[in-house]
Write a protein that binds this ligand. Sequence first.
Ligand SMILES: Cc1cc2nc3c(=O)[nH]c(=O)nc-3n(C[C@H](O)[C@H](O)[C@H](O)COP(=O)(O)O)c2cc1C
Length: 336
Amino acid sequence: MSIPPAIPPSQLRLSVAPMMDWTDTHCRAFHRVLAPHARLYTEMVHANAVIHGDRAKLLAMDPAEHPVALQLGGSEPDLLAQAAAIGAAHGFDEINLNCGCPSDRVQAGRFGACLMREPTLVAASVAAMVAACNVPVTVKCRLGVDDDHDWDHFLAFIDTVAAGGCRMFVVHARNAWLKGLSPKENREVPPLRYDWAWRLKQERPQLQVIVNGGIATSEEATAHLAHADGAMLGRAAYHDPYLLHALDAAWFGGPTRTRAQLLQAYRPYVEAQLARGVSLKHITRHILGLFAGERGGRAFRQVLSEGAHKPGADWSLVERALALTESFSTSDPQAA
Ligand SMILES: Cc1cc2nc3c(=O)[nH]c(=O)nc-3n(C[C@H](O)[C@H](O)[C@H](O)COP(=O)(O)O)c2cc1C
């Protein structure tokens, strides 16, 4: 069996979860500005799409995004291996296999969370991917599916997959319920059990374990570092991206910049994309939460949402939205 390279521990502490329709290349470029040390993940791309689809679009990635992982969906070792090789050749720093998504579409294709029931197949897939590429192959999983709440069963899944060559696991610390819950409910209803992710790190210290699920504040994220190798934030990072900046500055000791400074730092990327013909709306939809909870945050969102789709919308719209956040009077309680 080939031995995959390990991920440097400093690159594991903070990461942004793979999120379909959200963590596209524009979003990741924005998160990189906010959090220079975070590990970033693409949306899930099915192995077949990587092999046969429009790679320029599906695998779009800016060099500034590194370190960035490509998340794959699929359950056929040969296809996953081909897709992993393509992803690594494309420059991705890690190939991550989705064993946690519960959607009906995913269940029909027998991948995502259903794979928690097929550890041998996951191990074979990981081994094939490890053999096909020269970057770490990792797995994002749940604790179990449906009413399977057996620690030994979970550990057996991890051990089997680790034997296939996976050293790093992102544990979305709740079960996936394959019947009766929507994907959204599956991110909220099954109870979180962080203690399982922590126990995994305790019992398998040679593995790298990242905790994911429901982490909403700096304090919560920081608490995980005492028990695991890192914290992965999804919705909180997307809806309140300044949290990423605060965490990166606190954990890695960089300067704390204002929201306005961060926005200006994103400007060269945005202007380069506009010059390539990308519409502003595809970029600004990811920055709407930058002033979440701040005075003028609602106006910032509104100006961008209403103006970004108009023909010719350019950076001046962002400046206008930003100016509103700076002009709000401190006495206006409706402003946030
Ligand atoms: C809009 C959206 C899309 C998601 N798409 C994916 C995906 O493509 N792959 C995946 O592994 N998880 C996906 N997830 C799950 C997240 O990666 C994460 O595990 C989950 O949201 C829990 O973390 P959080 O509570 O920090 O958001 C998605 C979540 C959201 C909200």
